[in-house]
Design a binder for this molecule. Sequence first.
Ligand SMILES: [Zn+2]
Length: 458
Amino acid sequence: MTYIKKHKFLTLILLSILSNVILPFNSIEAIEPPIKIIETSAVSQFPAGILFKVKATSNSEIESVAVRLKIGLVKTGIYEYLTFDTADIVEAELLWKTNTLAGYIPPETIIHYTFEIQDAEQNIFTTEPQELIYQDARFEWDRISQNRVTVAFHGPIKSRAEAILQVIIDTLQTMGPILGAKTDQPIRVALYNNQKEMLEALPIKSSAVGRELVTEGMAFNEEGTLVILAGGSLALGTASHEVTHILNHRAGHSIFRRIPSWLHEGLAEYGNIEPGWSYSHALEFAIGTNRLLPHLFMQTLPGDPEDIIIFYGQSRSTVEYMISLKGHEGMSELLKLHQDGTNMDEALTQIYGMDRLGLMNSWRAALGAAPYIPPNIAESKPTAVTYPTVEAFTLTPKPGGITVSDSDNIDAEEINPVATNGSCNSPMSSNRGDLGIFSMLLFVTALSVRKSICKSKN
Ligand SMILES: [Zn+2]
């Protein structure tokens, strides 16, 4: 416990000197802090929030009781006041709500907190830092840990949890050096056994995404927390995909430049140990039906589920192509340049000798596809571009792949609520102050390709 006397500092020193000289038997009482903590608590009520309680008393009236929070690996802190009725012994309380999009904190995130109590005499008492695992209060959790990765699970799925833990550790070891990302910071993982219980734990359950897609997993990059559907057939692939997002973020994100979706998803799929989709078919289909997307120039993911698969396929293929040109070193250098503030065209030019258009057309040529003609050029030259004829991909199931027609397992969608304004996500009312905190990536499975997917339209 620390005790800070803001004012009357000299008076206090003088008094303690005097009391030591004149009243030696009262010296202990004289320096005892006027504010006394009787008890404090912080209890997870996830998904509703965290209930903070402080019971304290002071020689003068207590004027404020506040809590200071630090959420996971997020650098910025939060400060909020507890409410109480004036009394000799104050019982202050705050339910820090996390069931809003902006206030959301993923389960299993470690919360560091201290309380600050101030009285009418301007004495301030700060409690020692404590931590709380913000666990989902609906279940009893077990945890396994290794190499600073902790996987929380409930129910009889320990061997699944161990497999997922191993995949995450393996992915950190393989993808960390490729991306030039730090792997020594903790990663927290919450596993859910079915879609219903997982939806309650996610921040977007009321949106179209929640209704129409099976969410396989979600990465909360700032917090260093993953939520994964352990019961899904794609769980191991999802775990590797999601943890790669966290590594991408560590290697390439800055507050000035977020990593573009094609690179974020391309790398995450490159790190995916069990891709749920046969991307070669998606690419053949896209070339054959003239549906290759200008993915390097797209600010958001496409809305059409088939286009999303194509986008993922193109992005992964582009990342593979880039690595074939300049190796892993080229990729980690690119992310570093991006993090340092270089724009993507310049960064690509420095490493690959071509900007986005150059890279896209070089990649298309390698695939045997016709060059991309930007709209301003295409308008002046409306010449038809011919594409090779290939099989369409409504397709019979392939090992490790899925069909569009049954489409129970279409991976894909990234949602960044920070960038979402007036989309199908509910409007954000920030009680957190820092929306940059809320960069999250979502890996989902479409229930039906015919349904539209929630998409940010900013
Ligand atoms: Zn993703």
